[in-house]
Design a binder for this molecule. Structure first.
Ligand code: SF4
Length: 427
């Protein structure tokens, strides 16, 4: 027995040594950019004004949506100062106030925050502020703030009340559709354009026409269909069943059929993404997307914690990588992330996963390696390829759009749905 115990201890030790060796190899293989290499790379800065949300949708991935802390204006200042003084910002920088419901904070907070950004921003950088909101708190005062020309608004609404209220509820289980529509009416009264994000669940797949009709009446600038993802604390998706992929393709086919035959005054992000990809002169040559390129996206938590890659990784603690916050704006700052072992290990795996996607996937030119947050949530590692997320949002969508394109170009000359349209505001 003593001998067996000793052998077990040795085996455990060997395993520890092996996993330590694996970590060190991964860190050595990572190729983190240096500070100079990051100049002008940042296109999306996500600032978490508060983790708190006044709703409790059942598919929400946010782990701390009961936490009422708010990002101090000192933290806003430190984050934007480091971004601009470090030369990180691209010529067009989007600042997204998200990862909780941003409009639970008062208008005065954003007035102060916008002033800080304006004071710190570098010459030649064009900034747009984005609010993705559940719209339940939109009133006249908030509309006055959202009406600024440098602000874009996205509303989360899942279609008509009987679909929306299945999942988007208060903490007491009450539906929220009526309150969202009151918020949308306020936006309309103030002439504020908005796009919508509609989360597609298994229930939505059977109602493409009702959803399409609803959005024709709502008249947003764009409709973005997000799938119900496995992400953060949301460990199961109603779309994970094997038969769902067929239903999802039918859903997208039907939406596209309506879009082609009677083009509405809004664009559909999923269709537009494929068409924009094809029109881009660099199509087929790009090897990363925003989410798998370090520092193309930077997320700063309400306490100053810094993350990069997919914004959903902020606040995630993972058994393989530990905390996916790689630094803090108040301790070392943005550039210290480059030397952080957890960041370097994550980067090595993100790069390995992207390289494997590139070597194996015929959709790579459109997708360019997928979303690290989905690979981690579904497969437990960044060094991975196909996920449910990419099967639905990339492979199925690309197949459906290309099939329609092929058919229409053969039979109809230049179909109306291919006409250039405005970009979605911040889908
Ligand atoms: S579609 Fe999936 S497998 Fe293909 S490149 Fe994207 S993430 Fe990788």
């Amino acid at each position: 027995l003593a001998e067996l115990a000793r052998l077990a201890q040795l085996a455990e030790l060997a395993q520890l040594v092996a996993s330590r060796a694996e970590i060190m190899t991964a860190i050595a293989a990572a190729s983190p950019p240096d500070a100079a290499g990051l100049r002008g790379r940042l296109r999306l800065l996500v600032l978490q004004p508060t983790p708190f949300c006044n709703l409790s949708c059942d598919y929400c991935y946010l782990p701390q949506r009961d936490d009422r802390r708010r990002m101090s204006l000192d933290t806003v200042d430190a984050a934007v100062q480091q971004v601009f003084d470090g030369g990180l910002a691209a010529a067009q920088l989007s600042i997204v106030w998200h990862a909780g419901e941003p409009l639970v904070l008062p208008v005065s907070y954003y007035q102060d925050a916008f002033e800080i950004v304006q004071r710190r921003k570098s010459a030649g950088v064009d900034i747009t502020h984005h609010f993705q909101t559940n719209a339940t708190l939109i009133d006249d005062a908030r509309c006055a703030m959202l009406r600024r020309p440098d602000v874009r608004v996205g509303v989360s609404i899942d279609g008509p009340a009987w679909l929306h209220d299945l999942h988007r509820r208060t903490r007491h289980g009450a539906g929220t559709h009526a309150r969202v529509m009151r918020g949308v009416d306020k936006l309309r009264q103030h002439g504020i354009p908005f796009h919508v994000i509609c989360v597609v669940t298994e229930a939505s797949l059977h109602h493409a026409d009702e959803l399409f009709d609803f959005f024709v009446d709502l008249q947003p600038a764009a409709v973005c269909f997000n799938i119900e993802e496995v992400e953060g604390i949301h460990g199961r998706s109603s779309l994970a069943a094997p038969r769902t992929e067929v239903l999802f393709r039918k859903f997208i086919e039907r939406v596209l059929e309506r879009y082609r035959h009677d083009p509405p005054p809004f664009l559909i992000r999923e269709v537009d993404d494929v068409l924009r990809g094809l029109r881009d002169p660099s199509f087929g040559t790009m090897t990363t997307n925003g989410q798998n390129e370090p520092f193309a996206i930077l997320s700063v938590g309400s306490d100053g914690a810094i993350s990069t890659f997919s914004p959903e990784l902020l606040s995630i603690e993972h058994r393989r990588y530990g905390s996916l916050s790689f630094g803090n704006v108040h301790a070392g700052g943005v550039f210290d992330v480059l030397g952080d072992d957890r960041f370097r290990r994550a980067l090595a795996d993100v790069e390995a996963g992207t390289a494997r996607c590139r070597a194996s996937c015929e959709y790579f030119a459109f997708c360019r390696g997928g979303a690290p947050a989905n690979k981690l949530a579904e497969l437990g590692t960044f060094d991975a390829t196909e996920t449910m997320f990419c099967r639905l949002t990339q492979k199925a969508v690309v197949d459906v759009v290309l099939t329609a394109l092929d058919r229409d170009l053969q039979h109809a000359g230049r179909p109306a749905w291919l006409s250039a349209r405005a970009q979605p505001r911040n889908g």
